[in-house]
Unconditional design. Sequence first.
Length: 435
Amino acid sequence: MVGKTIKDLKEMSQTEMIEYLDETVRPEEGSIPAYILGDANVYDLEHKKLFLKTWLFIGHESEIPNKNDYMLRDLGGYSVIITRSADGVIRGFYNMCTHRGMKLCRADKGNKSSFTCPYHGFNFKNNGDLVGVPLQKDIYGTDLDKSTLGLHKVRIESYKGLLFGTWNEDAEPLTEFLGDFKWYLDILVGRAEMEVVGPPQRFIIHSNWKVGADNFVGDSYHTMVTHGSIVKLGMVPSATYSKKGYQIHTENGHGLNLGTPNPDFAFPEELIPEYKSNLSEEQFDVLSNLKNMIGNIFPNISFLISHTKVKDKLISNTTMRMWRPVGVDKMEVISWFLVEKNASQDWKNRSRDSYILTFSPSGIFEQDDTEVFTDITAAASGPMPYMKELTYNYTMGMHREPVKDFAGPGVVYDDKFSEANQRNFYRYWLDLMKA
Ligand code: FES
Ligand code: FE
């Protein structure tokens, strides 16, 4: 079937399209076709096969720290209410009134023990129970059984404060989905008690979501050029600064790059006992030498620990960002800034400055990257990717063998300039598209 034109693709049945993907997406050969970043039918299939099937990030527990706090989140394109009710339990509900389907909650965030529907006034407790119906006795008599009209629960689970949800009742438990990758997430968000500062920042990029995921899962190669200005400004010592370290991937498409070594410890030193009590010796060793850590939890939640000098001291910042698809060539980036809860206020402020200077929407790195993401997507969206079967080259590092002596799990390469992680990402992407 190879050789289909753009017209053929539009006319394909789902089965034919999956067959075509299987023939043309060849991660093991380092070959990925350009059309998968620009084709609307592929995007629609992704929604069904990925975003309605797998675990998706929805936020951090610290965003709703108090009883009766709630927040609205998007789960695969649909609104869910995440509540912390009086019993302290965090729950997720489909944001739909069970009477006639009105969107029950319309504010992004707040604190309330119950939600009143703006259509007819049904009132639901934040544990999902329907507790009030206007004029109930008068208009329903004794016939209405409120216990059958509670809000529809959404499956959510958390790991080290990270909240995930899924529409798939048969999905494996979150801890299995994250698998070996948890070892690295422990360093990212389990090293200390972490908290999200402020609401996440949001901005739109005219890019297919996979460009962001691909970039964060393993592309340290671009930093020499895309972010070359930081060398010119003297912020890092050399263009190959980002090459040293490890590239690591695990099952289910997850991957990260670990930059090491770091001459300075860029974390609050007074928290070393807390780090040591939360991490294994090997994990603490990684943290102690960490220059940066950039990765992606499949499919679309990326994370980053980077650092920069703030008031003459090297200060790390930790962020998570979701590449939320809102169209084949558009995504909303939702960017959370996390910090050690027990750090001093001064350190927290500096860490926030460090984030703003680097990877906030106005950060020097963020602005560099978004230009690239937009242009890649624009080129992938034209007729040429079909006419000539254009492919991207993902062969970097195929000649290299993983190392065996690294302390953490997964497939580990002792140099960050490789595309093994992207091949692993697209392998799992294809597996799910075919499933
Ligand atoms: Fe909510 Fe009627 S739709 S009360
Ligand atoms: Fe970048």
